[in-house]
Design a protein around this ligand. Structure first.
Ligand SMILES: [Zn+2]
Length: 148
């Protein structure tokens, strides 16, 4: 890993409000540029808009750059992490579906579904709802799935 000294734009470093108020950024907020790296000409850029940063706002700091091999390694780990996260979500879905199926059998009804609402009376922590003729209501707490 390379440690590189850089200059950044610290929006809070000076009390010169006049400068900050006079930067013409259109709809963009000056705070969008906070801690952005200043280029060799003394400018900070956000997509296509840039401006020169006065010395009183310049702060020196470091940025870190990975070597190509480290970059590839990190990329692989990110992919593994994403797959693990996906598996975890699927497992959680299976877990909930298992209970919905189980309670469908106990309740002898076909139309049970898991609600997004948390439920203190539900053994799985969320409402499990079914159509009661008027509303989808929770079989544990009786609250409707449509809540205002
Ligand atoms: Zn409930």
């Amino acid at each position: 890993m390379k440690k590189i000294k850089v200059k950044v734009f610290n929006v809070y470093k000076s009390d010169n409000d006049e400068f900050l108020d006079n930067i013409n950024l259109g709809w963009r907020d000056k705070f969008d540029f906070h801690m952005h790296i200043i280029d060799k000409d003394g400018y900070v850029w956000n997509e296509e808009v840039g401006f020169k940063v006065p010395d009183e706002y310049i702060e020196e700091t470091y940025k870190y750059e990975l070597e190509p091999k480290e970059k590839a390694n990190l990329h692989t780990k990110k992919i593994i992490f994403e797959l693990a996260e996906q598996k975890l979500n699927e497992a959680e879905q299976d877990y909930h579906n298992f209970f919905v199926d189980l309670f469908s059998k106990i309740d002898n009804s076909e139309d049970l579904f898991l609600s997004e609402w948390s439920c203190e009376l539900s053994p799985i922590g969320n409402c499990i709802c079914k159509w009661d003729g008027n509303d989808n209501t929770c079989i544990f707490c009786g609250e409707p799935d449509e809540r205002k």
